[in-house]
Design a protein around this ligand. Structure first.
Ligand SMILES: [Zn+2]
Length: 297
């Protein structure tokens, strides 16, 4: 009798368990979840480089396609950082004798320094800068920028002209090959050590991004005195409103590895430039400490 009772209690429990499992499977089926989702959900704040990403407002990605689970847990769009006060984890150590290879040159906030490289990255959306933005005597040259950077450059130049400034462009996109020739040329004339202080090696120039520009004015052409001209001062005060940041400021050679270049600006997007300006940081520090960076393993 007692045995029968126990057996019936056991089968009751078993039925309950089966019911719960069936209900759970049903719930999983209608929400489109798989067991992998649970595993990845526990890891979803980490990107491929193991960096903790700031929260974003990104919509959760649908997982309708069979076998598409992994895509749903790609790192949040690094183009929308949170600009947190908290520093990001330090960059990974490059393999001995090598540089950190930037994963995506299209990323507007990619950290381009003497310890990272773009490899042979080429932007896919280069547009020609209109000739009137170049000094009349240099109009045989053609310069290119990525579409979004050019759009903002044109707005900047229009407003600068409105404010009585005479600004021209004398360099923009440079390919890996062009930078290679340029560096070799500088090194042959000034020696490699000196060339290193004012010229990037191929793969390491912000100009290869297609978002960096060099400005000049009638009073100053690629000289440090450009910073003291009305045009140089106007840029220093206003360029960030159009998404451009001064890459190599005065007194920051130890941090940037380059001399003061008041003519060299890089487009990083209007929001990012506002956050950079607000931070008071040197651009490379801002990119390293406030913006997620991804490198090729
Ligand atoms: Zn430059």
């Amino acid at each position: 009798m007692a045995l029968k009772k126990r057996k019936s209690r056991q089968s009751k429990r078993k039925r309950k368990l089966i019911l719960v499992v069936v209900a759970l499977l049903f719930a999983l089926a209608i929400t489109g979840y798989s067991y992998r989702d649970f595993i990845f959900a526990a890891m979803d704040k980490h990107d491929a480089a193991g960096l903790e990403l700031p929260p974003t407002d990104a919509e959760p990605v649908e997982t309708e396609e069979p076998g598409g689970e992994d895509e749903a847990f790609e790192p949040a769009d690094p183009a929308e950082p949170g600009w947190t006060e908290e520093d990001l984890p330090p960059l990974p150590e490059p393999p001995p004798g090598e540089l950190l290879r930037i994963k995506d040159g299209d990323y507007l906030l990619a950290l381009v320094t003497r310890y990272t490289t773009l490899g042979d990255y080429e932007p896919s959306d280069l547009r020609q800068i209109p000739a009137e933005m170049i000094r009349p005597e240099q109009r045989q040259w053609q310069y290119y920028l990525r579409a979004e950077a050019l759009e903002h450059l044109l707005l900047l130049l229009e407003d600068a002209r409105g404010a009585g400034m005479e600004l021209f462009i004398n360099s923009a996109y440079r390919s890996y090959k062009t930078q290679d020739q340029l560096f070799r040329d500088y090194a042959s004339r000034h020696g490699e050590e000196k060339a290193n202080t004012f010229s990037a090696r191929p793969g390491q120039s912000e100009h290869q991004l297609g978002t960096a520009v060099d400005f000049n004015s009638p009073a100053s052409y690629m000289g440090q005195d450009f910073g003291n001209t009305p045009e140089g001062r106007w840029l220093a005060e206003n360029a960030h409103r159009y998404g451009f940041a001064l890459s190599y400021p005065e007194g920051a050679t130890e941090i940037t590895g380059y001399i003061y270049e008041p003519w060299h600006f890089r487009y990083i997007g209007v929001d990012a430039a506002a956050a950079w300006k607000e931070s008071g940081m040197v651009l490379c520090e801002f990119l390293e400490k406030r913006c997620p960076q991804e490198f090729v393993d």
